[in-house]
Each structure stands twice: as C-alpha cells, then as structure tokens.
Design a protein around this ligand. Structure first.
Ligand SMILES: [Zn+2]
Length: 78
C-alpha cells in the first residue's frame, strides 16, 4: 500500500488529468496514470509518468480535442 505524504491516507492507482504549460499556453493531458489519495486528493506521479509527460510536452502534441476554460482570480470580488 502506498501512503499519502500529506495526510497518511491510502493512495490508489487511477487515471487523472494534468495541466502543464507550454510557452505560456495550458495543455491538458488526460488519462495520466497516477497515485491519488482517497482522503485528500493528493496526486503523485511516478518518475516514469512525469518523464513521459515532459517528453510529450516537448514534442508534437496532436491534441484529441480543444476546450475553453474559465480563468478566475483568487481574490476576485465580482
Ligand atoms: Zn492524502
């Protein structure tokens, strides 16, 4: 069993989404294999998964689709 470094909860192997930035533009990677904490949601990528993400980010992206996303300031009041 893998233990969460944040809350000592149990981590389960799941597929998750990771957002990285390339030249200031967000790139969403889906179906990334990761360990996810069942208690606090902490995400932990294996060294191999992290290395593969870096490779994909540096290479040709071939997006499966495009999305638009809202951008919200943390301290926004309106
Ligand atoms: Zn946790």
């Amino acid at each position: 069993m893998i233990i969460c470094p944040e809350c000592k909860g149990e981590m389960k192997e799941e597929r998750t989404s990771v957002t990285l930035f390339r030249e200031g533009q967000p790139v969403l990677f889906e179906d990334v294999p990761a360990w996810v904490c069942v208690q606090c949601g902490e995400i932990w990528l294996s060294a191999e998964a992290a290395r593969k993400l870096d490779e994909r980010l540096a290479g040709e992206l071939k997006p499966r689709r495009y999305i638009s996303m809202p951008v919200v300031a943390f301290a926004a009041t309106s």
